[in-house]
Write a protein that binds this ligand. Structure first.
Ligand code: FE2
Length: 391
């Protein structure tokens, strides 16, 4: 029998190559007269936003471009985006970029709609009123933030990554256009897809997983297993870009319903203290965390093992084999190596264990501990940090 479950379906998704050109039409249909585009300087200057801005012009919409989003956005940077919005005469937001841009847009929107300070809204369900109308247009494939109702804030005082989540933070429309991935630099393509893979695996094995999310996660993992290497080689190639883009959005939809696991608990403090790219730190922590969780989710890992094997391997593992769960972990390691990102904290530039105790403490207090399949203590987090040091 299927146990009862609920799904928040999130924004309407408009998916396909060339669809970014219709974001202007969507904005106008939603009653936006002057949108503020929230993005970062890199995305704004590389030409990735051309289809979006041309679409806005075609729809007859004047817009304000805010390109000051920072990586791992702080509460202060989100407050600056809010201030700009309030002085710009804008009446809606188009978040265009990676997770940092989309999270900044959501948080700035919460502040515009509700006043106060960003830390007033940390946690789940603490946003009392609506945001300005929000459209999301991802230019990376990994974060899934375009379809989630949460944002991650780097708190400048407490030195933590805080989660704020509310059904009111869903965008109205997510325009997912794989063509926008064409200009992604290889390290970003590799890092972000590892974020998507981590979302899919952590959502599938979450204590809150259900048949709806499990099936979508399986398909997301299959897409990544099949296309990750080709995507990193050439993000402009339509077939892999479409498959990875879809996987990322599916995984985002799933984890906004199930939450995540302790790869994210560990990645967040590493991001705060060492500024390692979120997808790269996920890639580093995923194999040791999978090993930590192994006994509780052997069946899940056995199922994903053949999906994650390198497509060029002739010998496919049978999910019924005793070795299948371990093959899943080994296949994640091979993928990380093949797409050329750091596999250990040391490779990512961390040379000592200084600060590990603080980070273990922060990780153990994170909300993702509650949905990880195995309970992790502060000591476990410390061991996992040490295991990730040298792989
Ligand atoms: Fe993530």
């Amino acid at each position: 029998m299927i146990a009862p479950f609920q799904i928040a379906s999130g924004p309407r998704v408009r998916f396909g190559r060339g669809e970014a050109a219709f974001a202007g039409e969507e904005a106008r249909a939603l009653g936006i007269k002057r949108p503020m585009i929230i993005t970062d300087a890199g995305v704004a200057s590389c030409g990735a936003l051309g289809p979006l801005t041309r679409g806005l012009e075609k729809a007859g919409l004047d817009f304000h471009l805010y390109d000051q989003v920072e990586a791992d956005p702080s509460d202060e940077s989100m407050a600056r985006a809010r201030k700009t919005f309030e002085g710009s005469g804008c009446d809606g937001i188009i978040a265009a970029g990676g997770g940092s841009s989309i999270d900044t847009a959501k948080a700035a929107g919460v502040l515009v709609g509700n006043g106060g300070k960003i830390h007033d809204y940390y946690g789940f369900g603490n946003v009392p009123g609506p945001l300005p109308t929000l459209i999301t247009v991802p230019t990376t494939a990994g974060t899934g933030s375009e379809v989630t109702c949460s944002a991650i804030v780097t708190d400048s005082i407490q030195k933590i990554k805080a989660v704020m989540a509310s059904p009111l933070m869903f965008a109205r429309v997510a325009v997912v256009d794989p063509e926008l991935l064409s200009l992604m630099p290889t390290p970003i393509a590799a890092g972000t897809l590892m974020d998507a893979l981590t979302h899919a695996i952590e959502s599938m094995t979450s204590r809150k997983a259900n048949p709806w999310t499990r099936n979508l996660c399986l398909q997301a993992i299959a897409n990544i297993g099949q296309y990750a290497r080709r995507f990193v080689e050439n993000p402009a190639d339509p077939e892999p870009a479409g498959a990875i883009s879809l996987a990322s959005t599916w995984a985002g939809h799933c984890f906004t319903n199930t939450s995540l696991g302790i790869v994210h608990s560990l990645s967040h403090p590493i991001g705060v203290y060492h500024h390692i790219h979120h997808g790269t730190s996920n890639a580093i922590f995923l194999p040791p965390v999978m090993r930590f969780n192994l006994q509780a989710v052997r069946g899940d890992y056995a199922q994903i093992a053949p999906l994650l094997q390198n497509p060029s391997e002739a010998d496919r593992v049978d999910p019924r084999d005793e070795s299948a769960p371990q093959v899943a972990i080994n296949s994640v390691r091979s993928l990380v190596r093949d797409i050329g990102i750091s596999a250990t904290l040391r490779e990512a530039g961390i040379t000592s264990e200084e600060g590990f105790e603080t980070m273990a403490k922060d990780a153990a207090k994170s909300p993702q501990v509650l949905t990880n399949p195995v309970h992790a203590t502060e000591e476990d987090m410390l061991s996992l940090l040490r295991a990730a040091m040298n792989g």
